[in-house]
Design a protein around this ligand. Structure first.
Ligand code: 2P0
Length: 352
């Protein structure tokens, strides 16, 4: 039986996802609606994940609070966090209205504590796992009936890429067409078990904060790049279809080529922005050359690179060429093995 001092609590984890078809550009910044659909691969939670505990109690101080890696965050100045929490509270209110015997959790202050098992500033999409875990933890605390797909609409408002971290495996974020964003949702294209041989190697080229934050960078690209409109209108839609087919057919060479081309296309629109935006550096370009060299030497496409809004590389390959790809990267680009390996095969390599 709940009393005045009861603390209600739920804990959850959320994975990091790495896009192979990139989200870059918003058609509505306040609702966080993208100009194009995107698709990502979910990384193993044994390697990279955010662990979040959400609790609420009448004995807590009146304001909601959020602690990230031990540091209190100012959520009152984060419109995105406030939007997520307000959406979740509304859903809980509906649950409470339907069953008057339930405790009125929606009226209690929230305390959210979140920890990453990887460096937050390492450019490894921490906001995606972070907002996904926050939404999932509060949804669990509130015992909401909504599916991950429905919750992805809320996580999207925290950070666009977060909507793809509520599911496992291969996840598409459908841009949607409606002005209110109600059809801008994530959906699982295939579970990880569909293609269990997939591996990802992460090259942490720099753990420093990115030069141009994503939100600002994508707004500059939308406003100034002449390449961007074509990318959003025709290049990405064709690639979404093609990569979903490649995933369905477990066709690695097709998956790899589309992945590499889309990363290059995204970085080309960054370079084409005014002023230009550079996320890749000399080590990133060395990784690109090495992937092409390996593929040429083998005589078929066995590995692929992709880069987000920073210089770190994610290299995809299948387990059968694990030693060749990871071994060659280690031998040529040096670095130390971070020791993060999960069932999905991720390793973290630090290139210095
Ligand atoms: C992606 N990125 O699809 C792309 C590729 C970076 C490059 O999603 O403004 O942090 O919070 O919605 O999600 C990074 O953008 O941007 C991102 P917001 P987010 O993964």
């Amino acid at each position: 039986m709940a009393s005045e001092s009861t603390v209600f609590r739920a804990s959850t984890t959320a994975p990091v996802n790495i896009a192979v078809i990139k989200y870059w550009g918003k058609r509505d910044a306040s609702l966080n609606l993208p100009t194009n659909s995107s698709l990502s691969v979910t990384l193993s939670q044994r390697s990279l994940r955010t662990l979040t505990t959400a609790s609420c109690s009448a004995v807590y101080p009146a304001a909601d609070s959020l602690t990230l890696n031990g540091k209190p965050q100012d959520i009152q100045s984060s419109k995105r966090t406030l939007a997520c929490l307000s959406n979740l509270r509304s859903l809980r209110q509906a649950v409470e209205a339907a069953d008057l015997t339930l405790p009125k959790l929606s009226t209690l202050p929230l305390r959210i504590v979140s920890e990453n098992n990887f460096p937050t500033a390492a450019g490894l999409a921490s906001s995606a796992a972070g907002f996904a875990a926050l939404v999932r933890a509060v949804a669990d605390l509130y015992q909401l009936p909504q599916s991950p797909r429905e919750l992805s609409r809320i996580a999207r408002q925290g950070s666009g890429s977060a909507c793809r971290s509520l599911m496992g495996g291969y996840v598409a974020w459908r841009s949607g067409e409606l002005e209110d964003g109600s059809d801008s949702l994530a959906e699982e294209v295939a579970p990880a078990s569909h293609w269990p041989e997939m591996r990802a190697l992460i090259l942490v080229v720099s753990a420093e904060k990115k030069d141009v934050p994503s939100t600002e960078g994508m707004q500059t690209t939308v406003a100034t790049s002449s390449l961007f409109a074509t990318r959003a209108a025709s290049v990405v839609p064709e690639r979404m279809d093609a990569i979903e087919t490649a995933i369905r057919d477990r066709d690695f060479p097709a998956f790899a080529e589309i992945t590499m081309r889309d990363s290059n296309s995204f970085h080309a629109t960054c370079l084409d922005s005014w002023p230009p935006i550079f996320y890749m550096n000399d080590v990133s370009r060395a990784a690109v050359r090495l992937v092409h060299d390996i593929n040429r030497a083998v005589g078929r496409t066995v590995c692929a690179y992709t880069f987000d809004a920073g210089p770190n590389a994610v290299i995809y390959y299948l387990d059968e060429v694990s030693e060749l790809v990871a071994g060659t990267f280690k031998a040529i680009l040096g670095g130390t093995t971070g020791g993060w390996e999960g069932p999905f095969g991720q390793r973290l390599e630090k290139v210095t």
